[in-house]
Design a protein around this ligand. Structure first.
Ligand code: IFM
Length: 405
């Protein structure tokens, strides 16, 4: 038996661009229409209109929290022009969660940018934080009184890799110099946003919120355990998993550690050039582990090792994403169950964990991979937008209710 605390937070996540639909002021939309991305997000899941229905389902599944993101390009479609209608919309979304007893966990940046910001130079600008902070201030002033958990930036390292090093996502850059600049800029933006949010709460005499990032962390496992591969795995952990976190902690800008965990990378170093150091160090190498529909290894024990590596920072951890895309729903339940066991073991070994959020509540637009990968606890029929609760979701719901597995 695996027991979790009675006040544990259980839920699922979405991000605005992946589910809302019609985010036409966003850089992704522009790239999609220009044919620079293979798939068009279009109406996505129509969550912008159907959020009440989706939150009813989350409540039916015994969730007591929900992670969502705010689409910057809706709030500020033109530089300096903020939409009171859209701020009102997100206020209603947050209230819809609270009304159902779902604690909102709100992300401010989840990969997408307004078109105007991307045309100015986005995160490679000299001081991108000055634009980001204006938006953050508007949102936090508007929503602050109903939000206890803020995530400033989702997966900064993933954004950096895909958008500036590998050239897959807008702005499709492949530049080492820009990668370094953007890394520093994201870090600075996070630290300043952290301080700004804290100040706004203080000024408005609200209880201090919990602020963090959502850090994608992978288990880096040497493929063949040569000294060279071990060293490379160590360097990957240090740079990909830990650098952003360590620097944020040094700046006293993390109240908890938001962790997104999916898979492992088998490390087989092909050369010492920086491009060999990316998330998929051993892409295409055969491994006998079961895989999700995108070919990622299913490796629950990696969650344990990632969490144990965080113990030394003495901050509570919040699993803000963990999930699988698959057409085999019993594999989804196996995935959730095995990861929850590893999570529980880490807790037994002294890691304080606030909650577990599955990715994702509903199937959605998986960025450059389109609508094929099915991550949802709830399936979406993209012809009718009908939602169907999957069996795995029901099993997870029981765990959420009982706080035991
Ligand atoms: O869909 C993404 C999400 O936007 C960020 N974390 C990983 C998920 C699955 O790839």
């Amino acid at each position: 038996m695996y027991n979790f605390p009675r006040d544990f937070l259980w839920g699922a996540a979405t991000s605005a661009y992946q589910v809302e639909g019609n985010n036409s002021f966003s850089d992704w939309w522009k790239y999609e229409l220009a044919g620079k991305l293979k798939y068009h997000s279009g109406q996505a899941c129509r969550h912008y209109d159907l959020y009440n229905q989706d939150f009813d389902l989350a409540k039916e599944l015994n969730h007591n929290c929900h992670r969502l993101s705010i689409e910057w390009s809706r709030i500020e479609p033109e530089e300096g022009k903020f939409s009171s209608n859209e701020l009102e919309h997100y206020k209603e979304v947050i209230l819809a969660l609270k009304k159902r007893g779902l604690e909102p966990i709100v992300t401010l940046h989840h990969f997408t940018n307004p078109i105007w910001f991307s045309e100015l130079g986005a995160w490679a600008l000299r001081h991108p934080d000055k634009y980001f902070l204006c938006y953050v201030a508007k949102v936090v002033e508007a929503l602050g009184k109903d939000v206890r958990f803020w995530v400033t930036i989702n997966e900064p390292m993933v954004y950096l890799y895909y958008s500036y090093l590998l050239g897959a996502w807008p702005p499709q850059e492949k530049s080492l110099v820009k990668t370094k600049i953007v890394m520093d800029n994201l870090l600075r933006a996070h630290i300043k946003a952290y301080r700004l949010i804290a100040d706004i709460y203080k000024k408005n005499k609200l209880n201090r919120p919990m602020i963090s990032i959502a850090q994608n962390m992978r288990a880096f496992v040497p493929h063949i355990p040569t000294l060279r591969n071990k060293l490379a795995a160590y360097l990957e952990v240090k740079s990909f998993n830990l650098e952003f976190i360590k620097k944020s902690i040094r700046a006293k800008a993390l109240d908890f550690l938001g962790v997104n965990y999916y898979s492992r990378s088998l490390v087989e170093l092909k050369g010492w050039g920086i491009k060999n150091f990316n998330m998929n160090v051993c892409d295409g190498e055969p491994s006998d582990l079961k895989k999700n529909s995108l070919g990622w290894d299913i490796y629950p024990e990696g969650l344990y090792s990632v969490l144990m590596a965080l113990k030394r920072y003495k901050l509570p951890v919040f699993i803000l994403e963990n999930g699988i895309c698959t057409d085999n729903d019993s594999l989804r339940w196996d995935f959730i169950r095995e990861h929850l066991k590893q999570l529980n073991m880490a807790m037994e070994s002294g890691v304080k964990v606030l909650g577990y959020v599955y990715w994702s509540l509903i199937d959605n637009y998986e960025w450059d991979k389109g609508f094929g990968p099915r991550f949802g606890l709830i399936g979406i029929d993209y012809n009718t937008y009908k939602r169907t609760i999957r069996e795995s979701a029901r099993k997870f719901a029981q765990v959420c209710l009982d706080c035991e597995l």
